[in-house]
Design a protein around this ligand. Structure first.
Ligand code: GRF
Length: 209
């Protein structure tokens, strides 16, 4: 990616040594899900995408998973009264697929203890801002409205507080003069596709000691 800056920890990047099973949680179009899948094919991430769990039936990511031959499980969060019950079901689907690590990729749910405890330290998320700035929804729009001149994305561990877990890696780019929201979103997303697999591989290597 032209003119982007990546976390120095990714400069001497090497794929993780041990092949791990990764579960992906996604709610939307799934471009990050596909980027993770392609990174496995390309040898950037030494993993098997064990399962996709989606909370929004009919979301684009489910079609992508089917096309790529990845098992897809749809669990509609609207069928649960309590967040904890939904998360217990999600954790169970991940366990059934023998997922060791979990990557949230556009997962539009706030996580609770059944999921956080089942995958403590092995649960990552990607967020389209340079955290801790602009946590939560509409991060790119809020950044643009605030007049930031540098934007980017962050891969972080997931904790109970939204977008507040320890940062694993970041990538930054300069905002263009008069740049539209659509353009900035597109460029940040392209950066996410490069950052996420590498940050995940790095976290897995670090986690394996
Ligand atoms: C990404 O930009 C991610 O940062 C945000 O949601 C978007 C998901 O896009 N949380 P996609 O579904 O991976 O295409």
């Amino acid at each position: 990616m032209q003119d982007a800056i990546f976390s120095p920890s990714l400069e001497h990047f090497r794929p993780n040594l041990r092949r791990v099973r990764v579960g992906v949680l996604a709610s939307g179009d799934g471009s990050n899900f596909e980027a993770l899948y392609r990174a496995v094919e390309a040898g950037v991430l030494n993993a098997e995408i064990a399962v996709l769990v989606c909370n929004a039936p009919g979301a684009g990511v489910v079609g992508r998973a089917r096309r790529l031959g990845v098992a897809a499980v749809e669990i509609d969060h609207r069928g649960f009264d309590r967040r904890e019950d939904f998360d217990a079901e999600v954790a169970e689907a991940l366990r059934r697929a023998d997922a060791e690590w979990v990557a949230m990729a556009g997962w539009m749910r706030v996580s609770s203890s059944p999921l956080l405890e089942a995958f403590a330290g092995k649960l990552l998320n990607i967020h389209p801002s340079l955290l801790p700035s602009f946590r939560g929804a509409h991060a790119v729009r809020r950044g643009l409205e605030a007049g930031v001149r540098v934007a980017g994305c962050t891969v972080h561990q997931v904790v109970e507080e939204l977008d507040a877990g320890p940062i694993v890696a970041q990538a930054a780019l300069g905002v263009l003069e008069g740049e539209s929201l659509e353009s900035l979103k597109r460029r940040i997303q392209a950066l996410e596709h490069v950052l996420y697999p590498r940050a995940l591989a790095r976290a897995i290597s670090d986690g394996d000691g």
